[in-house]
Design a protein around this ligand. Structure first.
Ligand code: FUC
Length: 764
């Protein structure tokens, strides 16, 4: 049998951007079209954003806050909304947006225009993209990658016969309109750049050098000309004033350094670095490899027609991990709505960070898929939001601590975004993001990190100590806010979105307070604040069951205008939170099930990210079949030919949410135990997964056959009790030290784990 290859494969070049293949090193990205004659690599650099930081806080918010609150509490909804939409949105309404770096264009002078043996692929094992074809019996090959250690994009051109490579190379950006310069800086190097505009626009530069073996390299005008070469190595760099005083100098320096190494060294350094992350996890579902040589978009088409392709599910999972490694690395900016890949000057939703679900979803696979360091850019952004967020908290709400609304940009803008009633006035963004700090601690057990993050978490919590108000029942609620981004209907038929105490808000605050309480205990300080949070947490509304048996979305059991809405905010408690779980709150778990069924019955899950969230939720409800059906739904309705998630348009959150969902089907650890194969679909009969992480600092490898667990390997990163739950009628046997294992209840086992030790269990 062939070895399984992990790649995206095509037999024709990309007809549009959604067929091009992404490469990236967190900061520098490219979309490769693979055209034979006129290759296009669309370029991105993560810090090319329009303008600079601004203070957009609405100075009238505080003045009208009491009135908006009063109107809401009196049920005078329309008046409250009319006033709030004037007094709260940022001034101006919108935050900054991301822009593309440009295009690198390679025009080849081939002897003939007809070609054969065409293929292009993205090899997920090496993070190298290949383009292959034959012209006149000469085999041409391109290898393209972006190196994290060397911070360059490398394009390597080879041919099976000497002196066969001739091409012209140049840059573009909106037909030259969106550039200030495009010039040759030496006989073998081009430079392009500009400024993004606005008062403090970002200055950006990109440079490319051609190094040939044989033939000649020269520049004429702003074109780089390579003639009759045997091989060509192109080294491309990019830098901006967001990070460097002199981006032009930086670009040249990066290239000079990379050019000291030969191609093989650059390639190997890249592969080693990438595989250190990618190879931590290995997933194999099923054994079938018969579709390996089919084009990826054809396989997707076959899935749409109802064919089973379990290997494509593994590829989707691998691709999600690949995308995270390629769009979010230490010192890069976090993955935006499009990761780093965007070709539009005014991208959808500005290609920034939407923090009422999307940016968080991007990071759901980070910990469980053993890519903790890829989570770091998000933590840096949270830090950046603290100062602006404190200002927003004090100017708009007269509160201590820091807050953010439903979007932020690379300067950490925290003022409300848009003038869009269903989303704009929602002071929960910073709170949700801070839950990621705790999540990182839970998986890594890194106390230094927790210590470093505590003040940030505390400041996010402090905002609510001041912001929460008591309602008529004596409960502490947010006001004004929304349940992103759904509309409710009052008994008199009036529709509204602005409200008091939407369920999601209380759930997020409950987690944030709980995390601070736990953290202060672990770290052994801040007792007074802990006590205060415990007191306040007791007064938060808890998830309630409504008239349809569903989890209530608002504090009152309103009708929803759109029962199939893509946001399922009130199930935050089920996922990503653990406030609703099958073991600890079975009744609420059942209500969560009703909620999901209701959403789906009315057309829910119609955007990629919404579908991805549903996969995670079904997995949490241990409904393997339903999780799998929705995974298929994601592939069938919300996946583009290059496997990018389709909102539509392309939005990367669904890729990350889907990847996390697959992991969630195989391993869960949110109920103080490691649950093995909690939501295994019937037709994932056999398989294995290794290297996943569980909360508590465990690394877990699982193998199964006939839908039953056969072997588990658990490695502990610290001393402590390890509790495992299985779903199959098997006993677990510790081969080395059977006596250490206690069966607590059927299917639940406990043992004392020691730091650095691995424990192997087999089905008996
Ligand atoms: C939220 C969602 C939209 C979209 C946007 C970027 O507002 O409701 O579907 O994903 O973010």
């Amino acid at each position: 049998m062939n070895k399984r290859t992990r790649k995206l494969l095509y037999y024709k070049s990309a007809q549009d951007w959604n067929e091009a293949l992404p490469i990236g090193n967190g900061r520098l990205g490219g979309m490769i079209f693979g055209h034979v004659e006129n290759e296009r690599i669309q370029l991105n650099e993560d810090s090319i954003w329009y303008g600079g930081p601004r203070d957009r806080n609405n100075l009238d918010a505080l003045k009208y806050l009491p009135e908006v609150r009063k109107l809401l509490s009196e049920g005078r909804l329309k008046e409250a909304e009319e006033l709030a939409i004037l007094a709260f949105p940022g001034t101006p309404d919108v935050q900054r947006h991301y822009e593309p770096l440009g295009d690198l264009l390679l025009h080849f002078n081939h002897a003939r225009s007809d070609y054969s043996n065409y293929s292009r692929e993205l090899d997920l094992e090496t993070a190298i993209s290949h383009v292959n074809y034959t012209i006149n019996d000469i085999n041409y090959k391109r290898e393209i990658f972006t190196s994290y250690p060397d911070q360059v994009m490398i394009i390597r051109l080879t041919a099976s016969e000497e002196k066969s490579l001739s091409l012209q190379l140049f840059y573009d950006r909106g037909n030259g309109r969106n550039l200030d310069e495009m010039k040759a800086v030496s006989f073998d190097t081009l430079m392009m750049g500009g400024e993004t505009g606005g008062q403090d626009g970002i200055v950006f530069r990109s440079s490319v050098r051609a190094i040939s073996d044989g033939g000649s390299v020269k520049t004429i005008g702003n074109r780089l000309i390579v003639k009759d070469a045997n091989t060509v190595t192109l080294i491309l760099s990019a830098a901006t004033s967001f990070r460097y005083e002199d981006p032009e100098h930086q670009c040249i320096q990066i290239i000079e350094k990379a050019a000291e190494k030969n191609y093989e060294t650059l390639r190997q350094t890249h592969i080693t670095d990438y595989q250190l992350l990618f190879r931590r996890v290995n997933l194999e579902i099923g054994q079938s490899m018969e579709k390996q040589e089919l084009a990826t978009d054809e396989r997707l088409e076959l899935v749409r027609k109802g064919e089973e392709d379990l290997e494509l599910i593994s590829t989707y999972f691998d691709f999600g991990r690949y995308l995270l490694i390629s769009s979010s690395r230490p010192n890069s900016l976090p993955a935006t709505l499009q990761g780093i890949w965007n070709d539009q000057m005014l991208p959808p939703w500005d290609s920034k960070f939407t923090i009422n679900i999307n940016a968080e979803m991007n990071y759901w696979p980070a910990e469980v898929c053993n890519l903790s360091e890829c989570h770091e850019p998000l933590f840096d952004l949270i830090e950046k939001m603290r100062e602006p967020g404190k200002k927003t908290a004090s100017v708009m709400y007269n509160c201590r601590g820091f807050t953010a609304h439903h979007n932020t940009d690379i300067w950490g803008d925290t003022a409300p975004q848009d003038r869009y009633m269903p989303a704009t006035i929602w002071p929960m963004g910073a709170a949700w993001l801070c839950l990621h700090l705790w999540e990182h601690y839970e998986y890594s057990q890194d106390k230094d990190f927790l210590n470093m993050s505590y003040e940030t978490m505390k400041e996010a919590a402090l905002f609510f100590v001041d912001f929460l108000i008591e309602n008529k029942e004596g409960l502490l609620i947010t006001s004004p806010s929304v349940s992103p981004e759904n509309t409710y209907i009052l008994p008199n038929g009036e529709k509204g979105v602005l409200c008091e105490g939407p369920s999601m808000d209380s759930q997020i605050i409950y987690d944030l307070f709980s995390n601070c309480i736990e953290a202060s205990k672990i770290l052994g300080f801040d007792d007074e604040f802990r006590k205060e949070l415990i007191r306040l947490r007791d007064k938060l509304p808890r998830p309630k069951i409504g008239k349809y048996g569903q989890i209530q979305e608002w504090s009152e059991d309103y009708e929803e205008e759109d029962p199939g809405h893509r946001h399922i905010s009130h199930l935050f408690a089920l996922h990503p939170s653990n406030q609703i779980s099958t073991k600890k709150t079975p009744e609420l778990a059942n209500a969560a099930k009703v909620t999901l069924e209701r959403r789906l019955k009315h057309g829910g899950g119609h955007t990629g990210w919404s579908r991805a969230w549903i996969i995670n939720m079904w997995a949490r409800l241990e409904e393997g079949e339903l999780a799998y059906q929705n995974m298929l739904g994601l592939l069938k309705s919300s996946t583009l030919p290059n496997l990018f998630d389709n909102h539509p348009p392309f939005q990367i959150d669904g890729n990350f949410g889907g990847t996390a969902g697959i992991a969630e089907m195989l391993l869960q650890s949110h109920q103080d135990e490691i649950h093995l194969l909690p939501a295994l679909p019937q037709n994932w009969e056999e398989g294995k997964v290794s290297g996943l992480k569980a909360r508590g600092g465990f690394k877990v490898d699982i193998a199964w056959e006939n839908n039953q667990l056969t072997e588990v390997n658990i490695t502990a990163s610290k001393n402590g009790i390890c509790r495992i739950r299985t779903n199959t009628l098997i006993k677990i046997k510790d081969i080395q030290s059977e006596h250490l294992i206690n069966e607590i209840e059927s299917f639940v086992y406990e043992f004392e784990a020691k730091e650095g030790q691995s424990y192997n269990f087999k089905k008996i």
